[in-house]
Design a protein around this ligand. Structure first.
Ligand SMILES: Nc1ncnc2c1ncn2[C@@H]1O[C@H](COP(=O)(O)OP(=O)(O)OP(=O)(O)O)[C@@H](O)[C@H]1O
Length: 338
């Protein structure tokens, strides 16, 4: 991949005998919004810590903005803004004062520092609340302030670990939109770790599915879906006005269409699995054959199905090798259930 800004090669981390990250190879392009998706204990935070030079890999390398994170962590720190899942501020100071303090600590020029802080507060949507004490800030407001804290250092890459944890659905939507806009407007590369499939799907250009320290798959939603569901990438359900008189005849008629892989007739519902979207052709055929249609529904495979499918495959593989991965499944569902 050309212009990769993050390059992980054979990245591995052992904690004692536990392999937390297992031979990870990954490249992320400049300007991309990449989602690292996986259940509890998958190794996301450990990977991030290695990218920031905060923990040493047992093997392999993490290169960020051209610098080896283990050998040159200070250079990486200058280029990367990291927002952990729980951002802390001085509660007795206003948000403006907090950010001003951070800006000065980071050596921003005295002349324009007030303007710059104000500009950042407005950029993250806190212009009207910037003189409130952070003790009075909601979780969502603190996350926005955390983002301003990261942005004021003018990073090339921002790494966000579970940035939407504990924010209400409207807040999540707004926060993710903000991240996406910032990435587009300012060309910032974003790496986002999350358990939340739907959120990742909304905002990321590409995702990596991470389970048990291994990157099981990476790509955009379309590519992942194609790889997994190439035999049945599209499911069309047609509801007929009446139960078909001859089910076998209907099934064999539909099966003759090249793109159709499987047909199931149940009552007046017909499920047709196809390799591509041939919904108009199917509807035309039913009408030509004199069937009344009361409903047509086409199912798209989203990230949830993709993730579950990779997850199930991985479970099956591990079980067949005598390992129990039940812990991953339990912890994943616990965290996504709320
Ligand atoms: N400092 C540590 N010492 C020993 N084991 C650790 C340490 N940090 C993490 N681990 C273990 O390494 C594995 C990966 O943990 P990590 O925190 O990287 O996962 P994660 O995907 O970020 O999970 P979560 O979503 O719960 O934060 C887990 O089994 C965890 O218990």
């Amino acid at each position: 991949m050309e212009n990769a800004i993050i390059e992980l090669e054979g990245l591995t981390k052992f904690y004692g005998s536990l392999k937390a990250v297992d031979n990870l190879h990954l490249k992320i392009k400049a300007g991309e919004v990449f989602g690292l998706l996986g259940p509890n204990g998958a190794g996301k935070t450990t990977t991030i810590l290695m990218m920031l030079g905060l923990t040493e890999p047992s093997a392999g390398t993490a290169k960020v903005c051209g610098f080896n994170a283990t050998r040159d962590p200070i250079s990486v720190k200058r280029k990367v803004g990291y927002m952990p899942d729980n951002v802390g501020f001085y509660d007795n100071m206003t948000a403006f004062e907090n950010l001003l303090y951070i800006a000065r600590l980071n050596g921003l020029g005295i002349d324009n520092v007030h303007d710059r802080v104000q500009e950042m507060m407005e950029l993250v949507g806190l212009g009207a609340a910037m003189h409130k004490k952070t003790s009075a800030y909601s979780r969502g407001m603190k996350q926005r302030l955390g983002l301003a804290d990261v942005l004021i250092r003018q990073p090339e890459v921002i790494i966000l670990d579970e940035p939407t944890l504990g924010i209400d659905p409207t807040g999540v939507k707004e926060f993710l939109q903000l991240i996406r806009e910032l990435s587009r407007q300012q060309g910032i590369t974003v790496l986002l770790s999350s358990h939340h499939l739907h959120q990742v799907q909304q905002v990321c250009d590409r995702v990596g599915i991470f389970v048990g320290g291994k990157l099981l798959a990476e790509g955009n939603i379309h590519q992942l879906s194609q790889n997994l569901f190439s035999e049945e990438s599209c499911l069309v359900t047609i509801t007929l006005a009446d139960t078909p008189p001859d089910t076998a005849e209907l099934e064999s008629m539909l099966s003759e269409i090249g793109a159709v892989r499987k047909v199931t007739v149940s009552g007046n519902g017909v499920d047709i699995s196809c390799v591509e979207n041939i919904t108009p052709e199917l509807v035309r055929l039913f009408v030509e054959k004199g069937f009344g249609i009361t409903g047509v529904y086409r199912k798209e495979y989203g990230l949830e199905e993709i993730y579950q499918q990779y997850f199930d495959n991985n479970l099956t593989e591990n079980v067949s090798h005598g390992k129990s991965s039940g812990l991953f499944q339990r912890s994943f569902f616990r965290k996504t259930a709320n």
